[in-house]
Design a protein around this ligand. Sequence first.
Ligand SMILES: NC(=O)c1ccc[n+]([C@@H]2O[C@H](COP(=O)([O-])OP(=O)(O)OC[C@H]3O[C@@H](n4cnc5c(N)ncnc54)[C@H](OP(=O)(O)O)[C@@H]3O)[C@@H](O)[C@H]2O)c1
Length: 230
Amino acid sequence: MPQPLKIAVCGASGRTGSRVAALAAVDPRFHLLARVGRAQASALEDEVGACGAVIDFTAPESCVRFAAACGRAKVPFVSGTTGLTQVQRAQVAAASRKTAVFMAPNFSRGVTMLLHLAGVAARHLPEYDAAIVETHHKAKKDAPSGTALRLAQAVADGRGGDGSAPTSSLRIGGVVGDHRLALAGPFDLLTLSHSAQSRDAFALGALEAALWAARKRPGLYDMLDLMGLR
Ligand SMILES: NC(=O)c1ccc[n+]([C@@H]2O[C@H](COP(=O)([O-])OP(=O)(O)OC[C@H]3O[C@@H](n4cnc5c(N)ncnc54)[C@H](OP(=O)(O)O)[C@@H]3O)[C@@H](O)[C@H]2O)c1
């Protein structure tokens, strides 16, 4: 059996990071080196070389800093943090020249399949109007969700970069994450939807991504690569 992958989890007291840390702690494929909160963030940046991979579910500014530290130390970086500006995304992506950087707005396999199917449907129904509705819990900071933005991108990509999908965001109760893509023609309506039942869908996906990224050359990867859907 291979050596367990040494990981640090950034945002380990948060809603998602806490599930990543909890699942890693009982999985023999991982050695949980560090649970990183705000207080440990500077120490991680100095000592990141001890890790086999870093998993981040924090906030845009910290995501950029952790990515840079991983790039310098050539440690694979896996991030689910959303709400990054274009500049911040480019800053995180810059680390991929030196190490594997795995960024996904949604680590669930179901949403990854939804993105794939959305591209196929948009390509084959070019005249249908596309629209997205996403629903999340009240504490979510960004809107539209990173997944909704990626879904709109999948529609545009399926139409050769031509086409938009207006998005509505609802922030209610404790909803983990629902996404619905409607493609409406004059006489029928196709709906593709996904509902996350537990944050463990994201946590498990991020752990699989860390194992996968740890074997990869420097580059920028996402769940479509991991699932062979690119
Ligand atoms: N890709 C996916 O599958 C996926 C799934 C779920 C969520 N997300 C995204 O992941 C991010 C976190 O979501 P969440 O719901 O888990 O949020 P959360 O419950 O607010 O957790 C965020 C965690 O990050 C910590 N943090 C914030 N700034 C930090 C910093 N500068 N240094 C170190 N730690 C810092 C917070 O610490 P404090 O408590 O001290 O502030 C908190 O523990 C969001 O961007 C969300 O959209 C992605």
